[in-house]
Design a protein around this ligand. Structure first.
Ligand SMILES: [Zn+2]
Length: 285
C-alpha cells in the first residue's frame, strides 16, 4: 500500500468508535404502549413506534452512540456508515472471553473478533467508506488493484470449498463471503501479532505448555473452538446461497490455512491440507 493510501487508512482507523458492553445513552421508550396478553397488538404497536422513531432521524446528524442490538445479544458488529465497532456485553464471556484466562486463549477468541470487526472497515465493502462513514474512494488506483488481486485469492479459496458431504456440488460462494473471510483473516492475523506483543510484555516461562499445548497452539485452538456447532444439510444449503458468513467449520480452518504462524505452531509441511502457499496464499491485512 502506498504512503498516500496508508495515511488515509490510518485516518479512518483513528476515527473508529468502539462501543463496549452497553450503550452510554439508553433509548427512551416512553410512548410505546404494551399490554399483557396482546402479543399481536404489541408487535404492531412496536413496529409503528419504531417506524416513527426512524422517520424522526431524517435531516438530523448520525448518532454514533445509537445501538442497534441489545447488550444481551451474543454478537459484535461493524457499521461502515458510522464507522463504529460494537461488542455487546453477552459476547464478553466464555468461550469468547475468559476474565482469568491466559493471553493465548483470549487473543485467539475475543482478540480475533475485535480484529475481525475492525477489519470490516477495510474489507471489500467497508473500504469503500471513509472514516466519517461516507461512501468515498480514498484509494489510489494502483493500491485498489493490488487489494483486489489479494482479495481474489480469498474468493478462490472459498469457492473451492464444498462443505456438505452429501451434496458435493454445493460450493461456498467466495464472492458473497469475501467480506467475512477478509475480516477473519485480518482479525486473526492482527490478534496473533498482538499476542506476540503481549507475551513480550508479560513473558511466560520458555517452552511452557498448558494442557499439553504451546501458546501459539492454544491461540489457534481457541479460534477454532468458537465455531463448534452443527447445522442440518438443508439449512446449510440455504445458508450457502444467502449467508455472507461461510459455514462455521470453514471459519475454523479458512484463515489459519493462510497463516505461516499456524503452520509453524503445528509443524505443518508444504502440501499439507491446511497449508496454502505461493499464489494460493491469501494475505490482505
Ligand atoms: Zn463479520
Amino acid at each position: 500500500m502506498s504512503d498516500e493510501t496508508k495515511a488515509k487508512a490510518i485516518a479512518k482507523w483513528k476515527n473508529f468508535l468502539p462501543r463496549i458492553g452497553y450503550p452510554d445513552k439508553w433509548r427512551d421508550w416512553s410512548g410505546l404502549d404494551i399490554k399483557q396478553g396482546d402479543y399481536y397488538g404489541d408487535v404492531m404497536a412496536a413496529a409503528k413506534f419504531n417506524y416513527q422513531y426512524d422517520l424522526h432521524k431524517i435531516g438530523k446528524a448520525t448518532d454514533r452512540q445509537e445501538w442497534s442490538m441489545t447488550p444481551q445479544t451474543v454478537n459484535a458488529v461493524y457499521f461502515s456508515s458510522s464507522n463504529t465497532i460494537t461488542f455487546a456485553a453477552a459476547i464478553l464471556q466464555p468461550p469468547f472471553f475468559y476474565p482469568n484466562g491466559d493471553d493465548a486463549i483470549n487473543y485467539g477468541a475475543i482478540g480475533a473478533l475485535i480484529g475481525h470487526e475492525a477489519s470490516h472497515g477495510f474489507d471489500d465493502k467497508g473500504s469503500q467508506f471513509d472514516g466519517d462513514g461516507n461512501l468515498a474512494n480514498w484509494w489510489t488506483k494502483d493500491d485498489r488493484q493490488k487489494f483486489e488481486i489479494r482479495a481474489d485469492r480469498l474468493v478462490q479459496q472459498f469457492n473451492d470449498y464444498a462443505p456438505i458431504k452429501n451434496v458435493p456440488d454445493a460450493h461456498v460462494n467466495g464472492r458473497l463471503t469475501l467480506g467475512e473471510n477478509t475480516a477473519d483473516l485480518g482479525g486473526l492475523s492482527v490478534a496473533y501479532d498482538a499476542l506476540q506483543q503481549a507475551l513480550k510484555q508479560n513473558p511466560r516461562p520458555a517452552g511452557e505448555k498448558i494442557g499439553g499445548y504451546t501458546q501459539d497452539q492454544r491461540f489457534f485452538l481457541s479460534w477454532a473452538r468458537l465455531w463448534r456447532g452443527s447445522v442440518r444439510d438443508k439449512e446449510e444449503l440455504v445458508r450457502l446461497n444467502t449467508d455472507p458468513h461461510p459455514p462455521d467449520s470453514l471459519r475454523a480452518i479458512g484463515a489459519p490455512s493462510n497463516m505461516d504462524a499456524f503452520a509453524r505452531a503445528f509443524q505443518c509441511k508444504p502440501g499439507d491440507a491446511m497449508v496454502r502457499s505461493g499464489d494460493k496464499q491469501a494475505k490482505i491485512w
